[in-house]
Design a binder for this molecule. Sequence first.
Ligand code: ADP
Ligand code: MG
Length: 512
Amino acid sequence: MPPPQSYPPELTAAESEQLLSTIKDWSIAHGLAVRPPLSLVSAETDPHGVLATTAPVTLFPSPFPRVCFEQAKSIQRAYNHLYALIAQDEEFLRDIVQEILEVDEFIAELWQVHLKVKEEGYVQSLSLGLFRSDYMVHQATNDEPPVIKQVEFNTIASSFGGLSSQTSNLHRHLCLADYGLLENPLSTKELDLPENESTKSLASGIRAAYNTYTQLEPIHNCCVIFLVQDPERNIFDQRYLEFELQRNESPIPVFRLPFAKVLSQTTIANTPRRQLLYHPPSNASKIFEVAVVYLRAGYGPQDYPDSTAWQARLQIERSNAIKCPTILTQLAGAKKVQQVLATPTSSSEPSILTRFLKNSTDEVDNLSKTFTNIYPLDDSPAGLEARKLAVDPERCKGYVLKPQREGGGNNIYRTAIPPFLNSLPETHWKSYILMEIIMPPPVRNLILRNGVIENGGVICELGIYGTCLWDQTSREVLHNEEAGYLLRTKGDKSEEGGVAAGFGSMDSCRLI
Ligand code: ADP
Ligand code: MG
């Protein structure tokens, strides 16, 4: 038997060069791409914004424990259902929001929008979630099997579903044995590379909502709106989803609407149903009724520079369009919610999950197993204990501090926590959560970023997508699916993992 090959394989300079030129071209040819960062291509060099560059990507699929992959996929539908139920539990969310309102203006504004619509009365009871649950592998000792621990649950703008399917395709292409790219080829027969249909599956979620809406007597031709940031570097990821919706035998009209243009390009029909009407700027005679608004913007304060941006969000929320997500669903994804679910109230009391999943002890067990220790920093007994932990110069090294924000770059890690907290009034601490750092077993890989290959230890983060369409009033679930995966990989010296934020890279799983 030949000796087991090291993985990833040692590359000669010639092999490295060959791989590099293949990835560069395959990525552009298949849209595994982003608009270049200004640090790479200045606005002067590309005044019309026509250039694209390869998305950062690993050269090989990273080894990932099959048991963990299966575990994460098998619980996604339960997670979808749990978050749909949380979004339906206004009282639960109100109690959480109330605690952080006074120190977190952004959360306070979101809640205000919800209250305004509630006072007027919601007209649309259907709600769509395109979720992503993120995990890292945890292995307590070498003798114990690896398990997954949840990093966070995303309920708004869960990205990379489009690029992720393409990354799986790239790795499959590179690992094909028969055309002599590498001297000792890897074989897809030896490598277990799971299928990844994230683009198609996420599009099916939007399609399910669109089809349901159009059955309910629209007054105009219907469309889907992608509510976006402008400019957007991660545009091809979004375009993939859009093109998938338009490609089918019954194509759906999809329009990209910059968040800042909501009030100039949409109106609300003067009817009891308050249909959201889209007026395409390229065709003044045409009106579309918006069936679904898919938000890839609006998740953070940067999209709300002034009060008109909040009016725009209110316009969307009070309309009859199916929102992906509603304000309540967005708030269900707050890190504070994740902490409340994970922090045991007392050993004698049942898990808070039983409030939502009343008759399903299996689901409660399976979901609880993915929680790692997360603590509040409020005045509760658990919070007061955690405050001591957080400011201790030694013990803080095992933790990450998180505010109620999305999109990367907001967390405070390890020894930076005590000075950060000490710079804040103590009354503000309660808007943060303290989470144990998950340390996955070491993995090696090579990352191609901006044309340069980095080689070394890496940390992988698995995301499982889920789609769910439910009725807020009747609680009926009309659609609930697991929707493919994302593997993001970063150098093991980096704390943050976001690809768009410039820290991580796209990857795919080689199951082991
Ligand atoms: P965001 O909403 O900004 O994406 P996350 O909670 O996902 O916030 O944190 C950003 C990144 O920080 C993650 O992708 C991961 O790389 C790292 N991270 C967050 N929490 C942990 C943790 N408990 N253990 C290890 N790494 C973490
Ligand atoms: Mg994240």
